[in-house]
Design a protein around this ligand. Structure first.
Ligand SMILES: NC(=O)c1ccc[n+]([C@@H]2O[C@H](COP(=O)([O-])OP(=O)(O)OC[C@H]3O[C@@H](n4cnc5c(N)ncnc54)[C@H](OP(=O)(O)O)[C@@H]3O)[C@@H](O)[C@H]2O)c1
Length: 319
């Protein structure tokens, strides 16, 4: 137990404390031998996940991070040594809103004089693709906030969070193929490799590195790549098959076939464009442009995809 109430301990303010990334930040700092005070933000302190964090000595405070709530955000950031900030694009799928809320947090962090602002970011796909893939809003928006933070003159580290391994239990879950096997369909080339992370277990490990490693906590605008390992699509299928005991195959679709499927599921056009662009980015551009950060100062090894698959609860996924 390292969550402290001692005023001499540094205070980390964790945005999204009740969520996957923020929850991981709390768990990974709690595992440190250093003492931290922790303040967790939620829009609803009465919810069970918030109450459980309060029982663990996290100071839970209510805050709705949105335009118009600038004073409240400053108030809950007050006294922070470190701030971990994340936005939840998928709750509203609005690029302008994600940028505005990210910038609002940067402004508040600057006002309260935080020592280090740790931003859950992604690379600009528009820049990485040299302007050939321009509609990946949920990456470009996060990258725009990163640039804004640097120009604001605050000490900042970007944590580029890889693809969530647990997407395989949610929106990328294997679908029945009709012959007893299961299928994952997308537009990636089967040999495309991507950085994957067991997010709830490991995202906070990289935030801990940002705080505890001198290389990163100088806050000179560095980027940490947060992933367990890079795994190709074909290897993902093999590992999933072995761990789950279900035969799982990959089906490569054209952009048109993929778009038709997403439309049928009711996705708005800008989200379809965003997803198709992200798949193109995954298909080589990501690996070609990726900045490999030093992993030597991580407090422990993050999980591999195989370890994740063996530990995941697959009941209910194969329906
Ligand atoms: N899926 C992937 O493969 C992947 C990969 C990399 C990055 N990402 C990014 O990860 C982000 C989501 O992070 P996550 O997975 O940690 O989300 P999550 O598990 O869904 O949790 C979202 C958290 O954000 C908080 N929150 C949302 N809106 C808020 C607001 N207006 N004010 C205050 N708190 C708010 C929620 O708190 P309360 O509900 O308690 O208020 C909750 O704690 C997205 O932006 C996505 O683009 C996803």
């Amino acid at each position: 137990m390292t969550i402290s109430h001692d005023l001499s301990a540094p205070l980390i303010v964790v945005v999204g404390a009740t969520g996957t990334q923020g929850g991981s930040v709390i768990n990974n700092l709690d595992a440190s031998d250093k003492q931290y005070r922790m303040r967790g933000l939620t829009r609803d302190i009465s919810k069970t996940s918030a109450k459980k964090l309060a029982e663990r000595r996290v100071e839970m405070v209510s805050c709705d991070i949105r335009v118009g709530e600038e004073e409240r955000v400053q108030k809950v950031f007050q006294g922070a040594t470190y701030i971990f900030a994340v936005t939840n694009y998928w709750e509203h799928v609005d690029k302008a809103r994600e940028i505005a809320e990210g910038k609002l947090m940067v402004d508040a962090a600057k006002t309260v004089g935080v020592e280090l602002f740790i931003w859950s970011s992604e690379p600009s796909v528009t820049k990485a693709s040299k302007g050939t893939v321009t509609k990946v809003s949920h990456f470009d928006s996060k990258a725009e906030v990163s640039e804004y933070a640097r120009s604001a003159g605050i000490r900042v580290v970007d944590v580029h969070v890889g693809g969530y391994m647990n997407n395989f239990t949610t929106f990328s879950k294997p679908r029945p193929a009709g012959d007893g096997s299961y299928m994952i369909a997308s537009t990636w080339n089967p040999t495309a490799r991507m950085p994957l992370i067991d997010t709830f277990h490991d995202a906070g490990l990289f935030v801990r590195q940002a705080i505890e490693s001198e290389e990163f906590n100088s806050g000179d605008g560095r980027v940490i790549g947060a992933y367990g390992e890079w795994v190709s699509i074909e290897d993902q299928m093999e590992i999933l098959t072995e761990a789950t005991g279900k035969r799982i195959r990959y089906l490569q679709l054209t952009d048109e076939q993929m778009a038709a499927g997403m439309k049928e599921e009711g996705m708005p056009q800008h989200v379809i464009d965003d997803m198709l662009g992200m798949f193109r980015f995954h298909d080589g551009i990501w690996e070609d442009t990726y900045l490999h950060s030093n992993r030597g100062t991580l407090a422990r090894a993050p999980r591999t995809f195989k370890e994740y698959c063996e530990l995941e609860h697959w009941d209910g996924v194969f329906t």
